[in-house]
Design a protein around this ligand. Structure first.
Ligand code: TXA
Ligand code: MG
Length: 335
């Protein structure tokens, strides 16, 4: 299959492909998604096949606005309305009780469905033009870093899907935050919106913040291997992480670091995420940095870890997963 490269003015072509049951890569403000008509069971099945995704891992339905919620949800709790009003369009996924109209394949067999109204103008235009909910996981092969450019998406999907819509580099660069609203309001995945921002809108603490292994029974995706580059990666936490890494570097090692410390690593394959406190830039660069080391192979990867506050907590979470939890915490070792 030849994968067409589409640009922003080809929304109608992309929409027609979706309606024919084809898979189309699309830009969002978080990461690129592998999209299909979310009401077409056959097309949804193909997403799982092409991505190599386990069947029990549900997909997010991308919708055109808050007014679409009642098409696909049985109940809309007041807190869901509050969050949607404040953060949509944007990087927030709400998990709500699904109507029967949402195919079981989309939901991975669950009674709930994940819904998100994306902010990227190309994604929104495509949803509106097709007048369909677009089911879309991140556009990477299962286990690989999520794509934040059309080129990265093509690395994984060229020849396997009908088209990729190029909408430039994703502004946010990490996936959406997932909040589940049932009897309790739970954070299932850290993402583009911080837990602090969610709590500010709720006017109270989240009932629980679950991460990865704790979230696995509720967000099945959290139990699978993620974002892993091919070379083994070690994540180093602590104020002196840069000099600690520099002392241990061997020829052939690669480094993911903050801008302030780049000169410590000259001569090594290097990816700079941004300044140490600039979590926004770190989030935006993260996945392309991880992918870089697959196209320019290294023996080992060492990475500095940001402070776990605000969007820094999301960046740290993705780095932890990419390292398969191979983490050295210098501050803990000193104690
Ligand atoms: O930013 C994003 O969310 C991107 C863009 C394309 O929108 N999408 C994305 O999808 O990251 P994916 O499939 O890579 O991750 C979706 C996560 C998985 O961990 C999945 O288990 C969880 O959302 N999820 C989806 N529906 C769910 C549901 N009904 N209940 C619990 N977790 C759900
Ligand atoms: Mg994903």
């Amino acid at each position: 299959m030849e994968t067409k490269r589409l640009c922003e003015k080809d929304i109608k072509t992309a929409s027609a492909l979706l309606k024919q049951g084809e898979l189309v890569g699309l830009p969002t403000e978080t990461v690129y998604g592998l999209g299909a008509n979310g009401l077409d069971t056959q097309a949804v099945a193909e997403i799982f096949q092409v991505k190599g995704r386990p069947q029990d891992n549900p997909l997010i339905l991308h919708i055109g606005g808050t007014d679409w919620l009642e098409r696909y949800c049985e109940e809309i709790p007041q807190e869901a309305e509050l969050l949607a009003e404040r953060f949509w369009p944007g990087p927030l996924t709400l998990v709500l009780k699904a109507k029967e109209t949402v195919p079981l394949a989309v939901r991975g067999g669950l009674p709930t469905v994940g819904l998100r109204c994306p902010m990227h103008p190309v994604a929104l235009a495509l949803i509106q033009e097709a007048d369909l909910p677009i089911a879309a996981p991140s556009g990477n092969l299962s286990g690989k870093p999520s794509p934040t450019t059309a080129e990265a998406m093509l690395q994984d999907m060229d020849g396997k899907i009908s088209a990729v819509l190029d909408g430039g580099k994703c502004e946010i660069g990490v996936e959406s935050t997932i909040v589940s609203l049932g009897e309790k309001t739970l954070l299932l995945r850290a993402g583009g919106i911080t837990a602090e921002e969610i709590e500010a809108v709720l006017g109270r603490k989240l009932d629980q913040i679950l991460v990865d292994k704790d979230a696995a029974p509720l967000a099945p995706g959290m139990k699978y291997r993620h974002y892993a580059p091919e070379a083994p990666m070690t994540l180093v936490l602590g104020e002196n992480s840069a000099s600690w890494i520099a002392q241990r570097l061997e020829p052939g090692d690669g480094v993911i670091c903050f801008a302030e410390y780049a000169n410590l690593f000259s001569g090594h394959s290097l990816q700079i995420l941004g300044k140490e406190k600039d979590f926004t830039s770190q989030a935006k660069q993260l996945f392309s940095a991880l992918r870089f080391f697959d196209s320019a192979p290294v023996t080992r990867i060492w990475a500095q870890c940001p402070r776990k506050e605000g969007l820094g907590a999301t960046v740290a979470n993705r780095l932890e997963k990419a390292s398969s939890y191979h983490i050295i915490d210098l501050e803990r070792e000193e104690r």
